[in-house]
Each structure stands twice: as C-alpha cells, then as structure tokens.
Write a protein that binds this ligand. Structure first.
Ligand code: AMP
Ligand code: TRP
Length: 325
C-alpha cells in the first residue's frame, strides 16, 4: 500500500471546513493507503496562541477525529507532531536545501504576515519546510489537503527534488490529493472558513450555537444578487445545503429561493437541523472520549510509537547521505 500523510493544526476545535475539506476524506482514505495522520502542534506555534490551551486543543482534535471515524491505531496511525522529535530535526536539514525566495513567494506566508503584523516570526516563513519534513520523514507519496495547501505541497516537491539531486534518491516527491470539498466558505460568505477569521461552525458545536451562527450568516452577497437575480448558486447557505441536505431538500431550496417561495429564515432552519443531525453522534462520542482521556492517550501513544520507528529509519538514511554519519 502506498504511504499517505496529512496534518491538521490544533489551533481550535475542527470546523465544517476541516470536516468537509479534510476529515471526511481522511476517513475514506484510511482504507486505501498506509496512512499516518498528524496533529501538527509545532506548526500551530507560528501564530499567537495560549500555552495553557495547547493540550486541551490537541485532545479535542484527536477526539473529533476518532469520533468522526478514524480507526487508529488499527487502520491508520494518529499522533502528535512534537511527540516524534525527528520532525524538527529533518526540518533543519531540509532548510539547508530550500531557496529562501521560494518561501517568500508562499501565499499563506504573505496573508498571515498581513493578518499577524506584530508577530511575523521566522517560523511563519519556514513553515513549509517543516511541512515537507512531516511528509518526507515517512516517505509520504500522497497528501490529502484542501486547496489552500496545494502551493505548500508543490514546494515540498521542489525541496525533495533538490535534496535528491544533491544527496541521492531518498525522498519521494509527494503528490497532493485535493478533497472534493476543496474550499468551504465561512459564514461571512466572502472568505474561506477558518478559525483565525472566526467565521466557522465547529463540528462539536451545540444545536443552539449552530442556529445562532447560521441565523445571522451571510446569504447571497447583494452585489452578486443584482448581477444575477434569484440564482441560488451564489448563496453560501445553498452551497452548505448541498453538503448536508437530501436531494429533495436541495431542490426545495433551489425552487423556493428562485421563486421567493421560501425565506432565508426557513432555509437556514432546515440547514441548521441537518448539520446538527449529521454531527450529533460525533459530538456525543467526542465528549465521551474527552471525559476520560485514557483511550485517546493510548491511541496517540501507539501512533507516536509507529511513527518514531519509521522516522528513525529515514533519519539514519538522511544523515548518512548528508555525510553526518
Ligand atoms: P488547518 O486547520 O489549517 O490545519 O487545515 C487542516 C486541513 O483542513 C487542511 O487540509 C486544509 O486544507 C483543510 N481546510 C481548512 N479550512 C478549509 C476550508 N475552509 N475548506 C476546505 N478545506 C479546508
Ligand atoms: N499546513 C497544513 C494546514 O494548515 C497542516 C500540515 C502540516 C500538513 N504538515 C502537513 C498537511 C503535512 C499535509 C501534510 O492545513
């Protein structure tokens, strides 16, 4: 089986964008690949954060992933990045073959430098080198991600290629596998759903909170509506219906919206109920797992153990090739 790797930052509770853009895909792929999934705590240090919350967030993410259907450690490995020290080690080695000009080109570096003007740290710039190390450490060939990460995977290929040219064919060039839901928009309707923009609905959100957020969510932007009156396809609520509602309900929305037969309130109410119904079992199971963390600890320990074994082998090979052993 081909090796697959992906990661998610524990910067907050996983939201609908993470779920549709990554988690759902991960669950499907765990059957088809030798899969390693990583909670990338080291990456999450590159923007302002509260050290007192890190552990809680890691466990919350692990709980949602397991509750949603990742079968670790049986079908895949789930682990925390900083538990396998080789990630930071390989990132350093790879930084010596990474052109700094490539790092400055990254869209994510530019946008995060913009939104976090008071904290443009070196880690924010070298972030894609650590991401490359994550994948290369396990000789990952396939990397499922949302659209926003494609540029980082392209750079990972460049870095692996440069390494191989200089030191021999050791690191496979990874290939991204973009999820069908590649870019879920936030509730503001004009930027991708993201924890840092606070425009998200979390997977384990309570029903009342889902409704409160949806109630005031943007529908179709007025500018679009003037250009294209009555077209439900420009409305983010309609888009969300396509992920959470039945075919009949989607048709009801389409028909009702174009003929003004239903109002936004009604349309949102149905969506809120569907989101709640879809996530209720995950929410319950995740809460259960978080009550007593023994099971989560067992899963993460088993993941780190397996990951460490593979990582140690790769590092040995890399150190030798680079002349350090
Ligand atoms: P992050 O939360 O930035 O660590 O992202 C974890 C995974 O979720 C990555 O594969 C992202 O591409 C994906 N992702 C995050 N936000 C969205 C979104 N709004 N739509 C689709 N995928 C997303
Ligand atoms: N940078 C990714 C994100 O924000 C998370 C990540 C870290 C990742 N390392 C990775 C994704 C390796 C895929 C492979 O979404």
């Amino acid at each position: 089986m081909k090796r697959l790797f992906s990661g998610m930052q524990p910067t907050g509770s996983p939201h609908i964008g993470n779920y549709l853009g990554a988690i759902e895909n991960w669950i499907k792929l765990q059957d088809e690949y030798d899969a390693l999934f990583c909670i990338v705590d080291l990456h999450s240090l590159t923007i302002d954060y509260d050290p007192a919350q890190v552990q809680e967030r890691i466990y919350e993410m692990a709980a949602v992933l397991i509750a949603a259907g990742l079968e670790a450690p049986e079908k895949c490995s789930l682990f925390v990045q900083s538990h396998v020290k080789e990630h930071a080690e390989l990132a350093w080695l790879l930084s010596t073959v990474t052109p700094i000009s490539e790092l400055y080109r990254m869209t994510q570096f530019k946008s995060k430098s913009d939104t976090h003007k008071k904290n443009i740290n070196a880690g924010l710039l070298t972030y894609p080198v650590l991401q490359t190390a994550d994948i290369a450490l396990y000789k990952g060939e396939v990397v499922p991600v949302g659209e926003d990460q494609v540029q980082h995977i392209e750079l990972a290929r460049i870095i692996c290629r440069k390494f191989n040219n200089r030191y021999g064919e050791i690191l496979p060039e990874p290939q991204e596998k973009v999820s069908p839901a590649k870019r879920i928009m936030g509730l503001d309707g004009n930027a991708k759903m993201s924890k840092s923009l606070n425009n998200q609905i979390d997977v384990i959100e309570e029903p009342e909170a889902i409704w409160e957020k949806l109630r005031v969510a943007m529908t179709d932007p007025a500018r679009q509506r003037r250009k294209d009156p009555g077209n439900p396809f420009v409305c983010n609520i309609h888009t969300l219906h396509t992920y959470f509602s039945t075919d009949e309900q989607i048709e009801w929305v389409r028909e009702g919206c174009t003929t003004a037969g239903i109002g936004c309130f009604e349309c949102k109410r149905v969506l809120a109920d569907n989101i709640d119904q879809r996530f209720a079992p995950i929410r319950e199971k995740a809460r259960e797992l978080l009550k007593d963390k023994t099971e989560l600890k067992r899963i993460l320990d088993a993941g780190a153990k397996r990951a460490s074994e593979i990582a140690a082998e790769t590092m040995d090979e890399v150190y030798r090739a680079m002349g350090l052993r």
